[in-house]
Design a protein around this ligand. Structure first.
Ligand code: ADP
Ligand code: MG
Length: 682
């Protein structure tokens, strides 16, 4: 098909240009045609030369009448261009464009040239000015039909691969579309606009309504492929011959009786949902979704006991070593009286509970990190629980599941995913939600403070430690970062140690070796150390109910959802808890965004706000979720189209699960394309 043709097969693209495209990741006709414009300029009618400031950018065309390079003292250089309206009768005030320290611009612009510029006008003294406008030199009148007098596409470009070059090549490809076989990818019922026309109109639209139709069609194309892919995956899971992994529940009742608390209504409901999945011979694929502290671990263990009682092994996979070890400690405590054999498997440690004595049998419950993926400990795995799913890729999930004969799978996440996204990301899973927190929880009070209040904060923490509580002090350090950052944390740690002495304070970050890490956690758990200075390693899962104060340094550097996760480490016991968000003095806007946390303790609400502020990129993390990427569509703002695409895709599979009908065969290619992409990501 035309879209797959490599650019190098088009003789009209000169070799050095070809290299530029390839280096930019565009190597087939389809790559270029789906390098969609990032915006458009209506160059049929330029804006008037501005006469006042405006927050909306203007797009004007003029003649360069003067250029000047100035030195502004020190290393700063200014390049100034004065432009006049091409029509002298227009009587417009000239427009000044300015660039600071942009040497390459100076080399591109000369007096007499025609220039299109785009940017926000400002008043500077007597002049109307645009600083650092986007611009394009109009060199060749012959090409005007491509670059001018039309709604003109503006692309993501780089130095070397210019706007004009991308536009020219795209234009030529679009022109050759006419003679090519371009098959529609959508069922006509979903959208009947021809694919070929959409590819043309998205780049060189005849008018704005037609651009809108094209956009809609192409977004539906993306969404539909994605949903087909998800539906295919789901159909595959369902068709696997599973078996029931559910015991009668005696072990479960015993376990629940030993718990020092009663389950919440939500926990009971969700355990019920999982139980009927386990009992059915259809393999379970369920997402358990609950705010921090909602008690997912107990639910997981309940499910695992049901599987164990039916004679199967159950595995729990955690995203970090610390978390795996913590689960192991908890489970050992809970399972001791039940005499269920337990094992821990992480990169650093392999350990098995000694119970029952002289028993060589295999462990029934195995806890581990991704090291589990490579372990041969399983002989009859019946249930896999994956904790904090967002840290795992779909392919890893697939690998673990692939070890056994269609085990049931429960994926747990504390990142509250807005409903609009669950449908997209986890469309192949059933969803259970823990929407209720255990009743014994103390309140968490959150307060934003600037650095000048640090002495008060230290006094506050001391007071709580002296009263027997414990505290976390968190630094915004990226775990993958280098030695310098670790050094910084180590220095801060020294300060804290002094400030809180004689109470014991320890340092925890991703580079502390595994054995030491566990020892630190154990001491904190048992209250031997009072304060933990840590990076965001403690973000997920750590559970120490006696910890009631958290101070987060440079809180503005974290995302809201992440802060909410962090904050969830306190308020786990009956004590009133505190979360202090420290920001640099006078940090204005960043502080404003943090107000949400002062006002809300609802993870879903916070996640929605985070999503609004930062876009879906983070949560979507397409590569993470293992779905083909979206170039045009936005699952949030185009949620309606996503729903339509999903309905169409599931409808097709419902009527024709193997895509055997003539009219459905073409969809197999789309799914294969998605698979190819996913495999390329492993
Ligand atoms: P998360 O959902 O964040 O993983 P956990 O499973 O770690 O939450 O549970 C948080 C804490 O709440 C743990 O100490 C756990 O023992 C406790 N817990 C769980 N369920 C209940 C309940 N129904 N009542 C009281 N405490 C509970
Ligand atoms: Mg947890």
């Amino acid at each position: 098909m035309f879209l797959d043709v490599p650019l190098r097969e088009f003789e009209w693209i000169a070799p050095q240009r070809l290299r530029l495209f390839e280096r930019f990741g565009l190597s087939t006709a389809g790559d270029v045609l789906t390098h969609y414009p990032r915006r458009y300029e209506d160059r049929r009618r330029f804006d008037r030369f501005p006469t006042q400031e405006s927050e909306t950018p203007v797009c004007v065309c003029g003649i360069v009448v003067k250029t000047a390079a100035k030195r502004l003292g020190g290393w700063k250089k200014l390049f100034e261009v004065v432009m006049e309206h091409p029509d002298a009768h227009a009587l417009s005030q000239p427009l000044v464009c300015r660039w600071f320290n942009a040497h390459f611009v100076q080399k591109m612009i000369a007096t007499g040239q025609r220039l299109v510029v785009y940017g926000k006008p400002k008043i500077r003294g007597k002049n109307i000015c645009i600083d650092h406008p986007e611009f394009e030199v109009i060199e060749d009148e012959q090409e005007a039909s491509v670059h001018l007098n039309r709604i003109t596409p503006i692309y993501r470009a780089t130095e070397g691969l210019s706007q004009r070059l991308i536009r020219s090549v795209t234009h030529r490809l679009v022109e050759s579309l006419g003679g090519e076989e371009i098959e529609n990818r959508l069922p006509a019922k979903l959208d009947s606009f021809p694919f070929r026309d959409a590819l043309r109109e998205i780049h060189f639209p005849r008018d704005f309504p037609s651009l809108e139709q094209a956009r809609r069609h192409l977004i539906l194309n993306e969404f539909f492929s994605m949903q087909l892919f998800i539906a295919a995956r789901r159909a595959e899971t369902i068709s696997q011959a599973g078996r029931s992994h559910c015991g009668p529940g005696r072990l479960l009742s015993q376990f629940q009786e030993t718990l020092p608390f009663a389950l919440t209504g939500a926990q009971r409901r969700v355990i019920g949902e999982i139980r009927s999945d386990l009992a059915s011979d259809r393999p379970m694929s369920r997402l358990l979704h609950g705010d921090v502290g909602s008690g997912k671990t107990v639910v997981a263990l309940s499910a695992m006991l049901l599987a164990v009682e039916a004679g199967f092994q159950a595995a729990l996979m955690a995203p970090t070593q610390i978390l795996a070890e913590q689960h192991y400690l908890n489970f050992s405590r809970w399972l001791g009286p039940l005499r269920v054999k337990l094992a821990l498997r992480t990169g650093a440690r392999k350990e098995e509970s000694a119970l029952p004595l002289f028993d060589n049998s295999e462990p029934r419950i195995v806890i581990g990190t991704h090291a589990l993926l490579y372990d041969s400990i399983f002989s009859n795995l019946g249930l896999v629980v994956i904790d904090e799913q967002h840290k795992f890729g779909v392919m890893q999930r697939a690998r673990l599941i692939g070890q056994a004969n269609a085990p049931d799978v429960l994926v747990m996440t504390a990142t509250p995913i807005p409903r609009t996204l669950t449908m997209t990301l986890y469309g192949d899973l059933d969803v259970s939600t823990l929407d209720e927190l255990p009743a014994n929880r103390g309140k968490i009070i959150t307060a934003i403070r600037d650095e000048s209040k640090m002495p008060d904060a230290i006094a506050f923490i001391r007071k709580h430690l002296e009263a027997g509580r414990q505290a976390y002090i968190v630094y915004p350090i990226i775990e993958e970062s280098g030695k310098a950052e670790i050094k910084a944390a180590t220095m801060e740690f020294a300060k804290w140690k002094e400030a809180l002495s004689p109470m014991r304070c320890e340092l925890l970050h991703g580079r502390v070796d595994a054995v030491e890490k566990e020892a630190i956690m154990r001491r904190f758990h048992h209250g031997e150390s009072k304060a933990l200075v840590a990076t965001s390693v403690i973000e997920v899962g750590i559970d120490v109910p006696n910890a009631s104060v958290m101070l987060i340094e440079n809180a503005e550097r974290f995302g809201l959802a992440q802060l909410h996760q962090l904050r969830g480490r306190v308020g786990r016991g009956p004590h009133k808890s505190y979360c202090i968000l420290m920001t640099p003095a006078a940090s204005g806007e960043p502080t404003e965004k943090l107000r949400v946390l002062e006002q809300s303790s609802n993870g879903f609400e916070i996640a929605e706000t985070d999503l609004r502020l930062r876009g879906p990129g983070d949560i979507l993390g397409t590569a993470q979720s293992g779905l083909p990427p979206l170039k045009l569509g936005d699952p949030i703002s185009d949620a309606g189209l996503m729903a339509a695409a999903r309905e169409a895709a599931t409808g097709i599979f419902a009527r024709d699960p193997l895509l055997e009908r003539e009219e459905n065969k073409r969809f197999r290619d789309l799914i294969a394309e998605g698979r190819k992409w996913v495999l390329s990501q492993v």
